[in-house]
Design a protein. Structure first.
Length: 300
């Protein structure tokens, strides 16, 4: 097994609208779609599309939304033998996507809040364990403690919340965006210098910290110092799911033995292709497509 993702599974309800509604405002939308989501589910699918042998651990409800999620995992080639059907509703996310491609979302966790570490077997030979903040912190910490020596732990600390120092100390790569970095460093609502935030976060225990900056690229604090990468220039269709595409591709590349900077560059390309693709066409964001995009982007 190369990659195991333990995290949330949601059915995403995605609404296209001219703008996000203000308080007490009703906005007329133009389209609605239903897709598998949750940070865990999205990252597992992204890792599998990038060629990693990928398994998902989590929970769905015994309802129609849960059945759709299981079908989507199967279609992506993700091993979902560690996904438990539990009592209660499947988690959902409602996202409103503006005409610019920017979005806002609300999640309702449902049975994701009942995920139990005891139900999750960590396979022998696991290369990368991927965690996020949409399941209980105690589950993340228990899995991190059980991971065998040599297993890389990638923690996408989203949505932002206090993270146990023990978990951070066991984290090989912490991935956050600039908002999450500000919240985790206590700087919100003011945004700190991302480089200063990355250094501060690394001082809390992770071996490396990546702060994603959207169209401004990313920066990383590592044992060897800082590095930055510019974002590939693409025409944005929707930014919804970009962070999960990045993190899933990053985990797949690390599982394949890539150095962090190389893995981050590949993950940026996967995220760029994701935001440039209509949601129904994102299944084409595969390892071959990302490599071709990188080759094209590096041409003089």
């Amino acid at each position: 097994m190369q990659v195991l993702v333990a995290g949330a599974l949601h059915l995403d309800i995605i609404v296209d609208a001219p703008h996000l509604p203000r308080r007490d405002e009703t906005v007329t939308g133009s389209a609605v779609a239903y897709r598998m989501g949750g940070k865990g589910g999205n990252q597992a699918v992204a890792a599998a599309r990038m060629g990693a042998v990928t398994a998902m651990a989590g929970r769905v409800g015994r309802d129609g939304f849960g059945a759709r999620i299981l079908e989507a995992l199967d279609a992506a080639g993700v091993d979902r033998s560690r996904v438990v059907a539990g009592d209660g509703p499947t988690g959902i996310s409602v996202a409103i996507v503006e005409a610019t491609g920017e979005y806002g979302a609300v999640i309702v966790s449902g049975v994701n809040g009942t995920v139990r570490a005891d139900d999750i077997e960590l396979p022998a030979g696991l290369r990368v364990l991927m965690l996020q903040n949409e399941i209980p912190e105690a589950v993340n910490l228990a899995l991190a403690r059980r991971a065998a020596p040599g297993t890389l732990l990638v923690l996408n600390a989203a949505p932002a919340r206090p993270v146990a120092r023990d978990l951070l100390a066991r984290t090989d790569v912490l991935v956050v965006n600039r908002i999450e970095a500000a919240q985790m460093t206590g700087a919100a609502p003011a945004l700190p210098d991302p480089a200063a935030a990355a250094r501060l976060l690394r001082g809390l225990g992770p071996k490396a910290v990546i702060v994603t900056l959207g169209a401004d690229g990313l920066l990383a604090a590592t044992p060897d110092g800082m590095f930055t990468l510019p974002a590939p220039a693409v025409r944005v269709v929707s930014t919804h799911g970009a962070g999960d595409a990045f993190t899933g591709a990053l985990g797949a590349a690390l599982a394949g033995g890539a150095a962090l900077a190389d893995a981050a560059r590949l993950a940026q390309a996967a995220a760029a292709l994701t935001v440039a693709s209509p949601p129904d066409a994102r299944g084409a964001v595969t390892a071959d497509a990302v490599r071709a995009f990188l080759d094209q982007s590096s041409m003089p």
